[in-house]
Design a binder for this molecule. Structure first.
Ligand SMILES: *[C@@H]1O[C@H](CO)[C@@H](O)[C@H](O)[C@H]1NC(C)=O
Ligand SMILES: *[C@@H]1O[C@H](CO)[C@@H](O)[C@H](O)[C@H]1NC(C)=O
Ligand SMILES: *[C@@H]1O[C@H](CO)[C@@H](O)[C@H](O)[C@H]1NC(C)=O
Ligand SMILES: *[C@@H]1O[C@H](CO)[C@@H](O)[C@H](O)[C@H]1NC(C)=O
Length: 386
């Protein structure tokens, strides 16, 4: 300030001595060196609950303004680690399945939802009525606004309708349900992975190309070796169309994908595979079918301690009815099956033990219709009971 005053005085004197028609040429020279960046720590990240990458932290948030403003909250995941306990809900289709959803919702244990595809069935309505997507969003909001749902695309998400000019598969699904696929170097939201507590979850797309050299094939080939079982002991895969399904409905629809990927699942000791699609419940024993090579005739599923347990949980409820058409006799790989609506709960206790239960809608939520203690394939590859 002081410097400026002196300068102003000097200019006034100079102007008085010389007569000219022009204006004033200031002799002030701004410092000529380039300015230096402020150090990064001038703006440190906020402390406490407002910082990104906080674990186990409750966030409150508000959507909308004025009369439309509504408050919600969610808790971020615990830091990943081998013995971090965590409980997942497992749900298939929920169209018209208020009861399934209410049962899951009534159990406060669930911290995140593994959802195996087929959301609102808009494709069953005239012009794939997108109001169905809105209504379904409102239906599940009391859970999805508060805890993460890990989304898998089902056949009802394809929404391919050239008769009305809709030729981009999965368009409404991908616009409405965003997933963090880039974090796992995936090039598509239809296949990706996430870490949560002691679980590493890989989501696959039954309805995107998975043959050799396709993007999904290449991604999965590189993804499986990345799983660090010392950090996340539990390796879980979600996909829509089941590989082991002894129901007449959708029988063998998952077969071509099984042929491509099953040997990788065995090699990398996947613990559990959840699928949907078939409107019933089925749980397998640890079986694999990876020996067949076109000429050797070895096409029968065999007991395999390195194989995953396959759970078909497509029984959330839907407008197509239950799939009550199991093959007879029950194949040896099938441990338990029932054509009822219901949901599952997966309680990971530590690096060795997880407890899975299935709850049919017909009973009250606490009633367990099927259950199994799962032993981790990496840390404790013991044979499970039942
Ligand atoms: C869904 O179930 C809840 C709890 O039983 C009930 O209050 C609600 O009315 C049901 N909604 C519909 C549309 O049936
Ligand atoms: C029931 O499954 C059998 C094969 O297991 C099949 O031949 C039959 O068509 C199925 N029925 C229905 C209604 O899907
Ligand atoms: C298939 O398996 C049989 C029996 O093990 C073996 O003799 C044959 O070489 C295999 N064929 C191929 C193409 O690997
Ligand atoms: C892991 O959990 C199971 C089931 O709760 C328990 O029996 C076992 O002792 C636990 N292991 C360790 C090392 O805490």
């Amino acid at each position: 300030m002081c410097q400026l005053k002196v300068l102003f005085l000097f200019l006034t004197i100079a102007a008085a001595g010389v007569v000219c028609s022009g204006g004033v040429t200031s002799s002030f020279v701004r410092k000529s060196q380039p300015s230096v960046c402020m150090p990064l720590n001038t703006f440190p990240p906020p402390s406490g609950d407002n910082a990104p990458e906080q674990y186990d932290t409750l966030y409150n948030y508000e959507l909308g303004t004025g009369d439309a403003a509504r408050q919600f909250c969610f808790t971020t995941a615990p830091k990943a680690g081998p013995d971090v306990p965590y409980t997942f809900g497992d749900l298939g289709q929920t169209y018209d399945s208020n009861q399934t959803f209410e049962h899951y919702f009534s159990n406060p244990e669930g911290q995140a939802m593994l959802f195996v595809g087929d959301l609102c069935y808009a494709d069953a309505h005239l012009y794939h009525d997108n109001n169905r997507w809105d209504a379904w969003g409102r239906f599940v909001e009391k859970s999805t606004a508060y805890q993460p749902w890990i989304w898998t695309a089902g056949n009802h998400e394809i929404d391919f309708a050239p008769e009305i000019g809709e030729i981009v598969p999965f368009k409404p699904f991908m616009h409405r349900y965003h997933v963090p696929y880039k974090a796992s170097k995936s090039t598509s939201p239809l296949w990706y992975s996430i870490k949560r507590a002691s679980a590493y979850i890989i989501v696959l797309s039954s309805y995107s190309a998975y043959g050799k050299y396709t993007p999904q094939y290449n991604w999965l080939e590189q993804e499986l070796p990345k799983v660090n079982r010392a950090e996340t002991p539990w390796l879980i895969v979600l996909l829509h169309s089941p590989w082991y399904n002894s129901n007449g409905y959708h029988y063998m629809e998952g077969e071509s994908m099984r042929v491509m990927f099953e040997s990788w699942f065995v090699e990398h000791k996947v613990d559990i595979v959840f699928a949907g699609h078939v409107h019933s419940y089925e749980r397998t024993k640890r079986f694999s079918n990876v020996k067949y090579n076109i000429t050797n005739g070895l096409s029968t599923p065999v007991k395999d301690p390195s194989a995953p347990v396959y759970v078909t949980i497509g029984d959330g409820g839907n407008l197509e009815g239950l799939a009550n058409n199991f093959s007879d006799p029950q194949p040896s790989y099938s441990a338990f099956r029932e054509a009822s609506y219901g949901h599952g709960m997966l309680r990971i206790k530590n690096r060795t033990h997880a407890h899975f239960t299935w709850h049919r809608n017909h009973d009250n939520e606490p009633v367990v219709a099927d259950s199994v203690w799962l032993s981790n394939r990496h840390w404790y590859p013991e044979e499970e009971q039942n």
